[in-house]
Design a protein around this ligand. Structure first.
Ligand code: ARG
Ligand code: ZN
Length: 873
């Protein structure tokens, strides 16, 4: 059996659409298994297109009924039609109306793309190419039309009928049915279409824009969950205010709606005026959601809302430009969260995510540019590279041209391209004009894949009072890109002495803290350096690179103590720990450097000043961080062991200090998800987690007490995870209790599943298999699958990578079982194999065999075939 041939789409083949659609009238008659759609399109030839051929509409698995041209039923020889396309052989030269009737079965739609049912509600997901599963259309983002949507359904089944825009009409019909008509005045691409119908509860509020317009806000959820949307509503209002203040962007419709559904492939979707969310990112109560859940709700509500301008008002010309809206919108939501919470803490968390998700993608077979130039399946490009590295690129742009020019460039972008579908080049041109800079070299960030390495070397000349810094860029080869051109890096830096930053000069002027490295290699000579400095490079992680610099322990301790940049103070703690961990991987008997223990003791002693920051500094680099640092021939077992040894040592040497931290880091008053309180909880729980690694009864008793007395999910979950990891009867008891407490709450049971899937124990694989039979589990629901299977393969390095290959085989079987029903979900799971080449030979061989077995199966979805083939290439 050979691999399926995939037909790639290439950026170079982009052509403007041959036809334009000005208006769309959709008439949707909802029935559970027999929904009827009539779509009436007003079409005309695109004056910018030279193509003269037939009109070809996209379709996917549609059942065709009838078509009308300008109101007259079309004879069958006038068109050809299949489930996957419709063409009109001789379209009129003048504008015309084409109406097409199709039927579909929402209940049978398990892909969760197009129109489907989630529990008892009907909903849609159209990005990227789901609209063609609803009706035949020019399903591409550069065809912008004005939509009017009429929905008709049984009143009893679906009292709520929603679509984009404003509701302009509604009424009752015979036979217990009713209808609503919605009109969205803003032209939009089909991927932003949405419709929801069902028996849903609603929470309403309002927002007054800065120009004084009243906007009605509505959040729809399943009955009984109304009390869980207050935080989402609050986050929405703060997002609306922030976008006015930070970017001058006001909301544009009279109503903004959010619907939470429990079956959703991704996080959420920015449909115009009608965002549809994975309920996980809407529902949050102190008793059911952790601090990180609250932060994620806030960030994703903001992200989808911000898309209204960066994505909806200005959209993408084609799907290669996905980062135009995603990278920019992630940047915007990161800035929002930074302003709402602690900027350094947010930055550190974002960089942790970037390194763990994006660097590992960029260093493996699935590496691709932020703006890819070829794809087999666009759904596989909603990646950490497009989103997170895409956001980093926007951040670097701002750093390089400065805040003012960046703001002016954004204003120009909004003004010049409102209502258009544009490209990365259009975006960058706005900033080139605003800053009067040539951004040609900067464009390489969108084109060249792989994580660049910056190699730094420094030398202090005591006599001359100078410091010589050489920076070199190394651009590793990546799939399809063996050779690369030098890129442009904004590098924030400072020289640090015992008392803090030294007031140095560069080129005779006071140094402002930023250099732009454009060459393969460059030397900088800093003046006025009166004492031996420690270079603090890449402050704030000013570029998404791997920095290599030889800093000894003393230098790291200086940075840890005296660096004015909080990011690099945190980085120093991580670099120090990583040094020790790498030694322990090589030799588990290596004694732990007492200076490190003393440094951690110092962190704890000063912890109260900034608990969230201290918690981050206290946390050791993850197993994947260590593996990435090792780079090749990784033995996940040895990595895990090294980390355990360091944790045990710290726990034993610092037990008293850790227990004291747990005691003083209490949070007075009722729970609030606010950053200050969350920070105290994170330090308390970080200390708890670490002290329990020592395994003493004192430590485990503290965890049990916290589990029994917690009044919020953050503390309860932290105690549960710690106890479960201890693999003691106390852990078993906690797991049993937790399961009973939250029996009726799927999102909380997901956490319980995840905790168990993560355990670095031999028995975990069998446990995961067993949990698949838990009545709360379902292979049909993406959240359930991600909580159990996704956690197992992405957050359990030792057990997914079992030396006998059983972890791989188990996950492969599940992927193959899910693929026929939900290819996107299956393909996402398969991405867990992305670092297989860096494993030691035994596991590498087993992982490769599993991937090959998947790739050879007949009838794979394009999604899974694409990931399997690229992983093996
Ligand atoms: N645009 C959504 C977001 O805000 C993601 C939707 C992706 N959907 C998909 N089927 N790939 O990030
Ligand atoms: Zn997005």
């Amino acid at each position: 059996m050979t691999e399926a041939a995939l037909e790639p789409v290439r950026l170079a083949d982009y052509r403007v659409p041959a036809f334009l659609i000005d208006t769309v009238h959709l008439d949707i008659r909802l029935e559970r298994t027999q929904t009827r759609i009539v779509s009436a399109l007003t079409l005309r030839r695109n004056p910018q297109s030279t193509e003269t051929e037939a009109l070809k509409l996209d379709g996917d698995s549609l059942v065709f009924e009838e078509a009308w041209l300008d109101g007259v039923s079309l004879p069958s020889e006038a068109y050809s039609v299949s489930p996957n396309g419709f063409s009109l052989h001789q379209p009129p030269a003048e504008p015309f109306t084409l109406a097409i009737e199709t039927r579909l079965d929402p209940s049978a739609n398990t892909q969760l793309m197009g129109l489907y049912r989630s529990n008892s509600a009907y909903c849609t997901q159209c990005e990227a190419e789901g609209f063609r599963r609803i009706t035949y259309f020019l399903d591409r983002p550069d065809v912008l039309a004005v939509y009017t949507t009429r929905i008709e359904a049984s009143f009893q089944e679906a009292p709520v009928l929603l679509a984009n825009g404003n509701r302009i009409e509604h009424g009752t019909l015979e036979g217990g049915r009713h209808y609503a008509v919605w009109h969205d005045p803003f032209p939009k691409p089909s991927y932003l279409f949405a419709m929801v119908a069902g028996d849903l509860a609603m929470m309403a509020d309002s927002f007054t824009t800065r120009s004084g317009r009243q906007v009605r806000l509505e959040i729809y959820v399943e009955h009984g969950k109304e009390d869980r949307c207050a935080y989402a509503m609050d986050s929405l209002k703060r997002s609306m205010r922030w976008d006015e203040e930070a970017f001058g962007r006001e909301y544009d419709l009279d109503i903004f709606m959010i619907v939470a559904v429990s079956d959703f492939n991704m996080g959420a979707m920015e449909n115009k005026g009608l965002n549809i969310f994975n309920d996980k990112y809407v529902l949050a109560l102190p008793q059911t959601a952790t601090d990180s859940d609250f932060a994620a709700v806030e960030a994703i509500i903001a992200h989808e809302y911000f898309h209204n301008w960066t994505g909806n008002r200005i959209t993408c010309r084609d799907w290669f430009q996905l980062c135009l809206k995603e990278g920019l919108t992630v940047f915007r939501d990161q800035e929002f969260s930074s302003d709402q919470r602690s900027r350094p803490v947010k930055r550190i968390n974002d960089v942790k995510l970037l390194r763990s998700q994006q660097f590992s993608e960029d260093g493996g077979p699935l590496a691709h540019p932020v703006r890819p130039e070829i794809y087999n399946e666009i759904n596989n490009f909603y990646t950490a590279t497009v989103y997170e590295k895409g956001a980093e690129v926007v951040r670097m742009l701002k750093t390089l041209i400065g805040d003012e020019a960046f703001a002016a460039g954004m204003d120009l972008y909004f003004q010049r391209h409102d209502g258009q579908a544009v490209t990365i080049e259009d975006f960058l041109t706005c900033f080139a004009e605003a800053s009067r800079r040539d951004l040609g070299q900067f464009m390489l960030w969108y084109k060249q894949s792989g994580t660049p390495e910056i190699r730094a070397e420094g030398r202090w000349d005591e006599q001359a009072g100078t410091y010589h810094l050489s920076l070199k860029q190394i651009l590793p080869p990546t799939p399809g890109q063996p050779n690369k051109q030098p890129m442009l890096f904004p590098i924030r830096l400072g020289l640090v002495g015992e008392e803090g930053d030294l007031p140095v000069t560069l080129d005779g002027k006071p140094f402002d803290g930023l250099v732009a490295l454009a060459e393969s290699e460059r030397n900088y000579v800093f003046g006025n350096v009166r004492q031996a400095p420690v270079p603090s490079l890449l402050r704030g992680f000013s570029a998404p690179v791997k920095l290599t610099i030889a800093l000894d322990e003393e230098a790291l301790l200086t940075l840890l103590k005296a660096d004015s940049d909080p990011f690099n103070r945190w980085q120093a703690s991580q670099s120090y720990a990583l040094k020790l961990l790498l030694r322990l991987v090589k030799n588990p008997a290596t004694p732990v450097d007492p200076r490190f223990i003393a440094a951690v003791r110092g962190l704890l002693a000063a912890g109260a000043a900034d608990p969230a920051f201290t918690a981050l500094s206290l946390a050791l680099p993850s197993e994947t961080d260590i593996a990435r640092e090792i780079g090749s021939d990784v033995d996940p077992r040895a990595v895990y062991q090294a980390r355990s040894i360091l944790r045990q040592t710290l726990a034993r040497k610092l037990q008293a200090e850790l227990l004291h931290t747990i005691e003083i880091m209490t949070v007075p008053g009722p729970y609030s998800p606010q950053a200050a309180d969350a920070g105290r909880r994170s330090l308390r729980n970080g200390a708890l987690d670490l002290v329990c690694a020592g395994g003493t009864s004192q430590a485990l008793d503290a965890a049990t007490a916290q589990f029994d007395n917690a009044d919020n999910m953050t503390d309860e979950m932290a105690a549960l995870a710690t106890l479960a990891l201890s693999a003691t009867p106390a852990g078993e008891r906690a797991l049993r209790n937790f399961r009973q407490r939250y029996d009726d709450d799927p999102l909380v049971i997901d956490k319980w599943m995840g905790v168990q899937a993560m355990l670095p124990l031999e028995a975990t694989l069998d446990r995961v298999k067993e949990l698949m039979h838990d009545p709360a589990f379902s292979l049909q629901n993406p959240n359930r699958v991600r909580a159990l299977i996704g956690t197992f393969c992405s957050a359990n390095q030792t057990q997914f990578n079992r030396p006998d290959g059983e972890g791989y085989r188990f996950v492969a079987d599940i992927i193959l079982a899910i693929d026929p029903k939900n290819p996107q979900l299956a393909a996402r799971l398969l991405v867990a194999f992305k670092t297989w080449r860096s494993l030691e030979q035994g596991r590498r061989t087993l992982a490769a065999a599993t991937l090959r077995d998947i790739a050879r199966r007949p009838g794979l979805s394009r999604d899974v075939a694409d990931i399997a083939q690229r992983s093996l290439a």
